[in-house]
Design a binder for this molecule. Structure first.
Ligand code: PRP
Ligand code: MN
Ligand code: MG
Length: 178
């Protein structure tokens, strides 16, 4: 699998250090609050699981699966809930956990849907952000790294559903997707 990578962007160790640092800040900010961490499947699965283990307050954990219509490599902007949250978030402090914010359309669609459920607060935590690809403004409350517009895979990020299981984040060779 490593031979399909052009380069490594973030090693296992860098990922672990980053989730640790983000977990520390989030733990401080949510002390005494009713925190619900919401992982967005499937991309954010690994990051969410690692992040929650670095949060020191008693958090709830829930997941959503969203489907954006359109082609495999770009988002179309229309988002549908494929799997909804299990619990009511009314009055809860909700933290959405994403692997990457690209065009911003997924979060731009999701936020108003969740706001209607009247959470006490709603914030966004993202491991990565690609500002060069942004189509709509999204406020990221907790961000790991800004990344260039490279084809990244691993640690949840996929190319045609593959490579999510890579324990690091790498740049996919052009010949694989071209
Ligand atoms: C990817 C990624 C984010 C979203 C970001 O998910 O995990 O959820 O796209 O793109 P955007 O900012 O342009 O909306 P994807 O829809 O590929 O599903 P996946 O998480 O199952 O891979
Ligand atoms: Mn996703
Ligand atoms: Mg994807």
């Amino acid at each position: 699998m490593m031979e399909d990578l052009e380069s490594i962007m973030f090693t296992k160790e860098q990922l672990a250090n980053k989730t640790k640092a983000m977990g520390r800040i989030i733990s401080r900010d949510y002390e005494g609050k009713d925190l619900v961490v919401v992982g967005i499947l499937k991309g954010a699965a690994m990051f969410t699981m690692d992040l929650v283990r670095e949060i020191t307050c008693p958090a709830r954990l829930d997941f959503m699966s969203l489907s954006s219509y359109g082609s495999g490599t770009t988002s179309s902007g229309v988002v549908k809930i494929r799997k909804d949250l299990e619990a009511d978030i009314k009055g809860k402090d909700v933290l959405i956990c994403e692997d990457i914010i690209d065009s911003g359309l997924t979060m731009k669609n999701l936020f108003p849907m969740l706001m209607k459920r009247e959470p006490a607060s709603l914030r966004l935590c993202a491991l990565l952000s690609k500002p060069s690809r942004r189509e709509v403004d999204v406020n990221i409350d907790y961000l790991g790294w800004e990344v260039p517009d490279a084809f990244l895979v691993g640690y949840g990020l996929d190319y045609a559903e593959k490579y999510r299981n890579l324990p690091l984040i790498g740049v996919l060779k052009r010949e694989i997707y071209a």
